[in-house]
Design a protein around this ligand. Sequence first.
Ligand code: FE
Length: 340
Amino acid sequence: MKKITYLIFIAIFFSCESSKEVEEVNLYSQRHYAVDELQYENFTKLTGIKVNVTKANADELIQRLKNEGDKTEADLFITVDVGKLWQAGNMGLLQKINSDIINPGINPVLLDKNNFWIPVTYRSRILVYSKERVNKSELSTYEDLANERWRDRILVRSSSNSYNQALMSSLVANLGIEETQKWSDAIVKNFARDPKGNDRDQVKAIAAGQGDVAIVNSYYIGLLLSSKNEEELNAGKSVSVFFPNQEENQRGAHINVSGIALTKNSKNKENAIKLIKYLQSNEAQKTYVNNTYEYSVNPSISPNDIVKEWGEFKMDDLDLNILGSRRDEAIRIFDKSGWK
Ligand code: FE
């Protein structure tokens, strides 16, 4: 009898233990910004759900999701390039998200027509130019950077970078393959140096007089201008921001979203959905805007003051999935034109 009581006690003990198990959600993330940890901490405080993050580049994470199959621990996949979300969806690694999870305040231009991903922030791939050596009136479009006038003056990172691949995919969609190839061949001739470094390094190169115009993501300028590091701050101050393709008959500046998707084999789906909802909330959107200088997907959340100063801009409203679906053609163009 004693033994039975003991066994019952053990059974109750373990059932209590398992119900006390930590609620969690597992995230595979390509994002590389310090504020993300703060977002997840705030979410944990609010819900008690622990967020476990695995960071790597998008290709590695996609490969991992594929290899792990239904054994994956990942519930969510987050990227800084919508093309990689499209790719994961296209490979059958994601599940569709019920549209009632989407915050109705989100700009519809930024949404996935296939419901595989939800935008968390967006950014524009803009031009920055030397305040000393370039006059704003000399700048107009991405296309114009192919003009001989810019010989040895353009700075941009390598073609293996997904921000560049997304921009090239948008050109393929907007101009066609032939025109885009011509553009790529010509702009490569205008490079101030062989592509190297990240977006911040291109701005630093302008400050150092190595080139005059750089193609970079908008938020890096906010990060430089708010940096406590003197070299970075000076680099930020040496340039002005220019949104290309803004004239009436032009398509607008290229944008890309950082977005989140539910993996096909998610085991903590409810928790994952709670995190997706949280990241779209006003609180989380304000945290992004004021720490990474990205744009909120919700037009009612205004940008950080540094970003606000650049003014509003017209965005290219191309279906964002095209930034993934035209990617192979974009990469072939880079290779043919010798863009390192
Ligand atoms: Fe980035």
